[in-house]
Design a protein around this ligand. Structure first.
Ligand code: MN
Length: 333
């Protein structure tokens, strides 16, 4: 798998947690994903928002992109559309996504890289598979996470953090059976490269068949384990978390999860999970498509500002272009 790999025996292990005195977080529930389409019509699996889980404060949305083996001409993306009031975090495990925006920024997010984009006061961007992936087809697998901003930060200027695959902080689980890639935030005293506006931890963990991972987890953070590929179990109670489902943990100091002994050999052979949590923002959420604010009045203002061109102008170098308005039914990825 192109996301960064390493020999776990050479890495610093996560400190062992005493089994009897650790306050293990219980698994509150395991939520299924809603299968839907984004942008020009690429399939996503969405654990939230859904009727089962409306919000995972401070997170607003999680889209699991693929894994899909595109045939030539099949790869799709999300042409020019606006955002305001939050952050979009795109982590590409396999394949590539190309990005352009109204600040003139752009780049390729590929094979283990992350783009952490703070939309803040407003931006327009274009998220598309690169020409080669469209022409030739190929493997595409990743996630997009929406992170809310508190009222005091919704008007912050747009900001980018390109995080390359080799930038992530690597740890092994205490028994060496799992590779932990910290993309942002802190885990067991080790800090990932991504800077977050509010306290958040985001990691991609590859768990060998039958191995168990125990991680200290910040009290006050929510705790979510999403199965990207393969099968495993969450918590000391071993709640099944098959591919495309997400465990939501309750209160405590630590989380644990274990890979099934049998994993699909067509994948990486490991259980691939996204582990995330953060301090809830605890503010009212008003959301409409690509805008997430605190009040309905601010949403109406965002729509008006977008229509008046106040969220940015597409730079001439990116012409000709298409916008979501060209695609019927697109809600803005
Ligand atoms: Mn977008």
């Amino acid at each position: 798998m192109p996301a960064i790999t390493a020999d776990t025996l050479t890495l610093k292990p996560v400190a062992e947690l005493p089994p009897s005195t650790t306050a293990w977080r219980p698994v509150r529930r395991v939520v299924a994903t809603v299968r839907t389409f984004e942008g020009e019509g690429f399939p996503v699996r969405r654990p939230f928002p859904s009727t089962e889980l409306a919000l995972a404060d401070p997170f607003l949305l999680l889209d699991h992109l693929g894994a899909v083996e595109y045939a030539p001409g099949e790869a799709k993306g999300a042409p020019w559309h606006p955002h305001r009031g939050f952050e979009t975090v795109t982590y590409i495990v396999d394949g590539a996504f190309e990005h352009k925006d109204t600040t003139g920024g752009g780049g390729l997010i590929t094979d283990g890289a992350t783009q952490w984009m703070t939309a803040g006061a407003g931006i327009l961007h274009d998220e598309m598979p690169p020409e080669q992936l469209i022409m030739e087809g190929g493997l595409f697998h990743g996630i997009q996470l929406w992170v809310n901003l508190p009222a005091r930060l919704k008007w912050t200027p747009p900001r980018y953090q390109p995080i390359e695959a080799h930038d992530v902080a690597l740890l092994s689980s205490s028994d060496g059976g799992a590779l932990v890639r910290i993309i942002a935030g802190e885990l067991d005293g080790t800090k990932g490269p991504g800077e977050t506006w509010t306290p958040i931890t985001l990691a991609h963990v590859s768990v060998a068949p039958g191995a168990k991972v125990s991680l200290p987890w910040q009290r006050g953070f929510n705790a979510l384990v999403y199965s990207l590929a393969g099968n495993g179990y969450a918590g000391e109670e071993l709640a099944p978390v098959p591919e495309g489902t997400m465990a939501v943990f309750g209160e405590g100091d630590a989380i644990s999860f274990s890979a099934d002994k049998l994993q699909d050999a067509r994948g990486t052979g490991n259980w691939e999970v996204l582990v995330l949590g953060g301090q809830p923002i605890n503010e009212p959420v008003a959301r409409y498509g690509p805008f997430v604010m605190n009040t309905r009045a601010e949403i109406i203002q965002a729509v008006e500002d977008y229509q008046a061109g106040r969220l940015g102008t597409i730079p001439a170098k990116f012409m000709p272009h298409r916008t979501v308005a060209d695609d019927a039914g697109a809600a803005g990825a």
